[in-house]
Ligand binder design. Structure first.
Ligand SMILES: O=c1ccn([C@@H]2O[C@H](COP(=O)(O)OP(=O)(O)O[C@H]3O[C@H](CO)[C@@H](O)[C@H](O)[C@H]3O)[C@@H](O)[C@H]2O)c(=O)[nH]1
Length: 153
């Protein structure tokens, strides 16, 4: 999770939600409400960019005392649904995120999240920040972005 300002309409969930919160878009379209997940919406592994950075540092430190090669998954290790992210963003921003549930997006899987046991055991690393922390950071960035654009007009 990091500040993102894609050209045109964002394809990904987090930049779309933050643009709704800041008033650039009227509502979020939730792609699919009938998945086999706890609330019917897609589930993904969201991670704060600082946790991801710390995971990479832990991997570099590991290389200082270990040889060979290893593959590690870096993720929160748990899935969060689209609606859980909407609620977390509402909590972080104090703004309502209007949404409508529409058809599934072709190619999306119902649920995907990382298995992080190996990173925890061998790197001594695990993600510490939760969904509301991620949304708070994105919200802070999104508000600064709006101010920055106003200043440059
Ligand atoms: O406007 C939106 C955008 C997304 N979603 C849903 O939100 C979830 C997450 O979607 P998105 O943020 O687009 O991420 P992913 O589909 O998980 O894809 C990301 O993660 C993949 C696996 O790492 C990469 O291959 C992709 O490039 C990257 O965009 C999915 O259930 C989507 O259907 C919506 O409901 N509305």
């Amino acid at each position: 999770m990091i500040g993102e300002d894609p050209n045109g309409t964002p394809n990904n969930l987090m930049p779309f939600i933050s643009q709704v919160a800041v008033g650039r878009r009227s509502q979020l379209r939730v792609f699919g409400g009938d998945y086999d997940t706890h609330d019917g919406t897609g589930v993904r592994d969201f991670i704060h960019v600082m946790d991801l950075a710390e995971g990479h540092l832990a991997a570099l430190e590991f290389l200082g005392t270990n040889s060979g090669w290893h593959a590690f998954n870096l993720g929160a290790g748990r899935g969060s649904s689209v609606l859980e992210l909407v609620r977390a963003f509402e909590q972080a921003s104090g703004r309502k995120i209007p949404y409508v549930i529409v058809d599934r997006r072709p190619g999306d899987v119902a649920s995907t999240y990382a298995k992080v046991d190996k990173a925890r055991q061998m790197l001594g690393w695990q993600a510490r920040r939760g969904l509301v922390d991620m949304c708070s950071s994105v919200w802070r960035w999104q508000q600064n972005e709006v101010e920055h654009k106003k200043e440059s007009i």
